[in-house]
Design a protein around this ligand. Structure first.
Ligand SMILES: [Mg+2]
Length: 243
């Protein structure tokens, strides 16, 4: 996908993973975080009471360790080892997720790729967890690049990292219509911070009404309703380019 500087794609699309591409993926991700804290610090911790949807894995781990009584400096010192352990554990534990792919995802990814629109990830998952999840779901090969939990401390900053990668590789320029597809208000907010288009999809835990309250540029029941033409902004009023 080495589009030259003169011919950048008309559109670029970035996807969140959980609740957007894959849902009901089982307890393995949470369990990997808990087991990683145990392995590195010897502490029992839990994700109970943490609103993990829409959060970055690093923030979830920090809250888990804080709730277990670990002081902030020790959390910071342990974090790289805990993140590495979580990824290692999930890699070995990830189940077959092919039946957990959200409605319309496979068709959309395949048509989008054929339409020459580059596809990337912006996810709160740690990188090896995110890639492994997509591998177990059978959809990894559609994705060209991504921004992951360990690379920044907010979702908006992850979008910025993904955009920089896209610009540097010729996958987007100022005229490219860039969309972020996600199932959580945090995805909508991160898109708005970066002045790209937000496409909200009601396949996660956030209700359609909750998503609508954050005024995404497009709100869909599921991804069966999305087409490459829509990603190019065709047939949609007020979507002629970057806002
Ligand atoms: Mg999500």
């Amino acid at each position: 996908m080495a589009a030259g500087r003169d011919t950048p794609p008309k559109a670029l699309v970035l996807f969140d993973i959980d609740g957007t591409l894959v849902r009901r993926a089982g307890p393995h991700h949470r369990e990997a975080l808990v087991e990683a804290v145990r392995r590195v610090s010897g502490l029992e911790s839990t994700t109970d009471g943490i609103p993990v949807q829409g959060m970055l894995d690093g923030d979830i781990l920090r809250l888990m360790m804080r709730a277990a009584g670990v002081p902030a400096p020790r959390i910071r010192a342990a974090m790289p080892a805990v993140m590495a352990a979580a990824q290692e554990i999930y890699h070995g534990a990830c189940p077959d997720l092919r039946r957990r792919v959200c409605p319309g995802v496979r068709t959309l990814l395949s048509r989008t790729l054929r339409a020459g629109i580059p596809i990337g990830l912006v996810t709160g998952n740690l990188s090896r967890i995110g890639w492994r999840k997509l591998e177990c779901a059978g959809i990894k090969d559609y994705f060209l690049f991504g921004a992951f939990a360990e690379q920044a401390s907010s979702r908006a900053a992850l979008v910025r990292i993904a955009l920089r990668q896209a610009w540097q590789n010729g996958w987007a320029n100022r005229r490219t219509l860039i969309s972020l597809v996600g199932d959580h208000p945090n995805d909508i907010l991160a898109a708005r911070r970066n002045k790209i288009r937000s496409i909200a999809v009601a396949t996660g835990l956030s209700s359609r009404d909750e998503l609508a309250g954050h005024r995404p540029d497009l709100l869909l029941e599921d991804l069966r309703a999305l087409t490459p033409a829509m990603l190019r902004g065709e047939g949609l009023p007020g979507n002629s380019g970057r806002k």
